[in-house]
Design a protein around this ligand. Structure first.
Ligand SMILES: [Zn+2]
Length: 145
């Protein structure tokens, strides 16, 4: 069920613009470019339904999660040229969707781990046009890996 006023639902339903549109989906999961400060090529993987906690995932969503994260992280590395794909998750603001951010660490990034996260957060969200271009490349790679 899509709830108006929920950022995740509004983004999935197209009520708010997400750079480049949907990247990929499964029965239970939706992936689009992150609008937060994780850099160009960062992907939000979120449940289509409201699910409050990882341990409350329906069986079908739990079964799809590993393969979907594998595909998305592979697209970030092999499709965009990242050196590593990082993963983070928090669910802390209602209405709640379990969501994860899979994001690139580029060969040119000098920082690693939390130091890179702090640098990205200080820089703010990536330029929308660059994010949209990355979303298109990810979508194309996932269609033709
Ligand atoms: Zn929602």
């Amino acid at each position: 069920m899509s709830v108006e006023g929920c950022l995740a639902c509004d983004a999935s339903a197209g009520r708010i613009a997400v750079p480049g549109g949907m990247i990929a989906e499964t029965v239970h999961w939706h992936a689009d470019h992150c609008i937060g400060p994780f850099g160009v090529g960062a992907v939000v993987v979120k449940t289509k339904e409201h699910v409050e906690d990882l341990w409350r995932l329906p069986d079908g969503a739990a079964e799809e999660l590993g393969p979907f994260l594998r595909r998305i992280s592979g697209a970030i590395v092999d499709g965009l040229g990242a050196e590593r794909a990082y993963l983070t998750m928090w669910v802390d603001k209602p209405p709640l969707h379990v969501h994860m951010v899979v994001y690139p660490r580029w060969p040119s990034d000098e920082k690693r781990g939390w130091d890179l996260d702090r640098e990205r957060w200080a820089g703010g969200p990536p330029p929308a046009a660059e994010a949209a271009e990355a979303a298109a490349r990810l979508r194309d790679f996932l269609r033709h890996p």
